[in-house]
Write a protein that binds this ligand. Sequence first.
Ligand code: ZN
Length: 246
Amino acid sequence: MRLGILSDIHSNLEALTSCIEHLKAQGCDHFLVLGDIIGYGANPNECCEIVRSLKAPCLRGNHEEAVLNPQAREDFNPAAQEAVEWTAKNLSSENLQWLASLPKIYKEALWTAVHGSLSDPINEYLVDESSARETFMLLHTPICWIGHSHIASAFLRKEDSLLGIQKRNFPQGGTLKIEPGFQYIINCGSVGQPRDRNPLSACGLWDSEAGVVFFFRVNYNIALAQEKILQAGLPEILALRLSYGW
Ligand code: ZN
């Protein structure tokens, strides 16, 4: 199976369609979506509808939580809060209902998927060794797919070993070999708002037979996504940051 990995789409329709096109051209027959489909960008309904059409497992992120529950917006910065309020007003009731149905954790035989981490599925940024260790302790499959930090990266360890956790970053793309006897926490990066100083859209592909994960950076129409954000009256910073990948 060739599984396409999409996370943190953030209502960026141009990035989402470019990534799906790229993954389909690489032979992806299934998809996994790791949450934060909405928030920040100008096309929340279109992104929800495309993701729904993939018939893929889809996780709940902190932006879904914030749209559904105003209390969950309190820790958001002002631009993110404004975007969540705009998104909540503009989403169709059908898409809101679908977002409310998304699970916090999803498990298959060979992998587990969560937006944040296994210790805090919605809100934890899994970016260092100590947060990776906590998730490894709760992980019972070889792979855990995560999103949320918008940083294309992976943690790995020998199964059952809490020492010697390694971290790799993939800001320019790359490949990761999945070895038997090891466990992996993998973030393929953000489709719609990359934050590793590379403005190209990020997505991933797991070839389960070959035992390889590919980290891709995909060109998309950044200028159009920015123009739509400005036209929608969303905070200017949400458009500007797309140019820098931050
Ligand atoms: Zn996000």
